[in-house]
Design a protein around this ligand. Structure first.
Ligand SMILES: CC(C)(COP(=O)(O)OP(=O)(O)OC[C@H]1O[C@@H](n2cnc3c(N)ncnc32)[C@H](O)[C@@H]1OP(=O)(O)O)[C@@H](O)C(=O)NCCC(=O)NCCS
Length: 175
């Protein structure tokens, strides 16, 4: 059994990634909009998508954090990923909440819905005092999700994994 729990929200199932998700997940990453906003390298391919999925599952096992695969309840369709990210990076601010959806599913509130579930999980199950979100300054759609969840802008800083541009670091304190 995976260390990644399965959660349910109004419209979504948040579940562990499965091997069969690879084409759907690559479909998300390979959409021009997601490639653009995440600044994905041109060579990123299906096998990188699989590596990311395996990395999320592994992170759940090793650290109790990771991203969930998001399934739309009414259609059973894979729509993207969201969750809690704490990679082994010296300058990472802490447990990060993140979200990425296939563009066909933007505009429905799903990132906010999944993000809220991740925030609840972070505070209630991981019992952290603060959650973070690392968002490029130009990524207003992602900033809007963070603001809707109550995150506040903390600072802008260059993170080692992405030296090209500074990231905005957003923070949410436990009540
Ligand atoms: C960031 C990202 C997940 C945001 O997606 P999104 O659909 O805009 O965000 P939400 O799911 O919260 O939906 C909000 C939109 O749904 C609408 N909406 C509809 N029903 C809603 C509901 N019940 N609750 C909230 N919003 C709702 C809102 O009005 C808003 O619409 P708008 O964009 O026209 O203003 C998406 O743009 C994405 O995947 N981007 C590429 C990857 C990325 O940048 N990831 C983040 C890296 S930091």
């Amino acid at each position: 059994m995976s260390a990644c729990p399965t959660l349910e929200t109004e419209n979504l199932i948040l579940r562990p990634f499965k091997d069969e998700d690879v084409d759907d997940y690559f479909g998300v990453l390979d959409s021009p909009e997601v490639r653009r906003w995440l600044h994905l390298r041109e060579s990123l391919d299906r096998s990188d998508a699989w590596q990311q999925m395996a990395g999320f599952l592994g992170q759940w096992e090793l650290r109790g954090t990771g991203n969930w695969a998001l399934e739309e309840k009414k259609s059973g369709q894979f729509v993207g990923r969201a969750g809690l990210h704490r990679p082994e990076r010296h300058d990472w601010p802490g447990v990060e909440v993140g979200w990425t959806l296939h563009p066909d599913y933007w505009g429905r509130g799903y990132a906010t819905e999944a993000g809220a579930a991740a925030v609840r999980y972070g505070f209630d199950e991981l019992e952290v005092d603060k959650l973070f979100s690392c968002i490029l300054p130009e990524n207003y759609k992602s900033q809007t999700v963070a603001k809707r969840l109550g995150f506040e802008f903390l600072e802008e800083r260059v993170l080692a994994f992405f030296p090209k541009l500074p990231h905005g670091i957003w923070v949410l304190n436990r009540n």
